[in-house]
Design a protein around this ligand. Structure first.
Ligand SMILES: NC(=O)c1ccc[n+]([C@@H]2O[C@H](COP(=O)([O-])OP(=O)(O)OC[C@H]3O[C@@H](n4cnc5c(N)ncnc54)[C@H](O)[C@@H]3O)[C@@H](O)[C@H]2O)c1
Length: 276
């Protein structure tokens, strides 16, 4: 039986810091054992040590989520290490910032690999184990940008729309096949992390400005807790900032009526920060 508490096992990709570490801490806080996964060896080892010091059952692996064979090995490792898997957070991601006139084929493919293809590889690696167990939950991190267009982030916007569509497809297929495994998708608004300073492209001053914006956002530990709570409540669509709903509604309303872009496509940032 699925456990989002003591006896349960969580796997988190992109767990070396930011939202992933918030998820790992929240899972450990509920009494789950946690496998922290990241491509950054020293940071993920330090994050795992920090969490283990709190008394949680912790292991970590250095895995590049864009490698489907490595993801399959990870899934086998989790079962060897902990004997089961309850919740998998497919959270690793990267940003890329450039206008469409300057976007390179290399950056486009890199964002697709890390931000959307990896989610499919994760589902593909862990689902057979969950089917065999007869329980399990697959969560993926999309973005508020899964719900609108945003300037100068075409590849990221496409990948994040894809994550939402993929997870919806996953849950519909599982229901149709009467497989007792569940899924959900997290759409964060601005969260105080280093996502922007790790961006694979973009003007340095713009990235610094983006970084400062994000850092007025929500704390990653709060995101981790609200995500675990939402999964426990059986939510499929999980949002950190309901303040984005106004923009999403305006977009859909125009799409379904006059076919125009809404006059104001941007979020109300003040309201977003006030509700972080
Ligand atoms: N910070 C925000 O405001 C925000 C908003 C919406 C969505 N997100 C999404 O949240 C997720 C986590 O991002 P974050 O904000 O915590 O940023 P972050 O940069 O702190 O965390 C991302 C982690 O993913 C890891 N990673 C990158 N490529 C990887 C790979 N190939 N294999 C394994 N690990 C890899 C990085 O090393 C890093 O530790 C991402 O999917 C991001 O797109 C963030």
């Amino acid at each position: 039986m699925l456990s989002i508490g003591a006896g349960g096992v969580a796997v988190v990709t992109g767990a070396a810091g930011g939202i992933g570490l918030g998820m790992a801490r929240a899972a450990a806080g509920r009494g789950m054992a946690v496998m922290l996964v990241d491509v950054d060896e020293s940071r993920v080892a330090a994050a795992a040590d920090g969490l283990a010091a709190s008394g949680a059952g912790v292991a970590h692996r250095v895995v590049d989520v864009t490698d489907p064979a490595a993801m399959e090995k990870l899934a086998a490792d989790v079962v060897n290490e902990f004997g089961r898997v309850d919740v998998v957070f497919l959270n690793a991601g990267i940003a890329a910032v450039s206008p469409i006139t300057e976007m390179t084929v290399e950056d486009w493919h890199r964002v697709m690999d890390v931000d959307i293809n990896s989610v499919f590889y994760g589902v593909r690696a862990f689902l057979p184990i969950m089917v065999e167990q007869g329980y399990g939950h697959l969560n993926a991190t999309a973005s508020a940008n899964a719900w609108r267009g945003d300037m100068f982030q075409a590849s990221y916007n496409v990948a994040k729309h894809g994550v939402a569509a993929l997870m919806e497809s996953v849950v519909l297929d599982l229901r149709a096949l009467e497989i007792p495994v569940d899924a959900s998708v997290l759409s964060p608004g601005p969260i105080a992390t280093d996502l922007m300073t790790r961006s694979i492209s973009g003007d340095e001053a713009d990235l610094q400005e983006g970084h400062e914006m994000l850092n007025q956002g929500m704390d990653s530990d709060k995101v981790g807790k609200l995500t675990l709570d939402a999964i426990a409540e059986g939510r499929f669509w999980i949002f950190t900032h309901p303040a984005i709903f106004k923009t999403i509604r305006a977009r859909m309303e125009h799409a379904l009526t006059d076919g125009a872009l809404p006059p104001e496509v941007d979020w109300d940032w003040e309201e977003l920060f006030a509700t972080s």
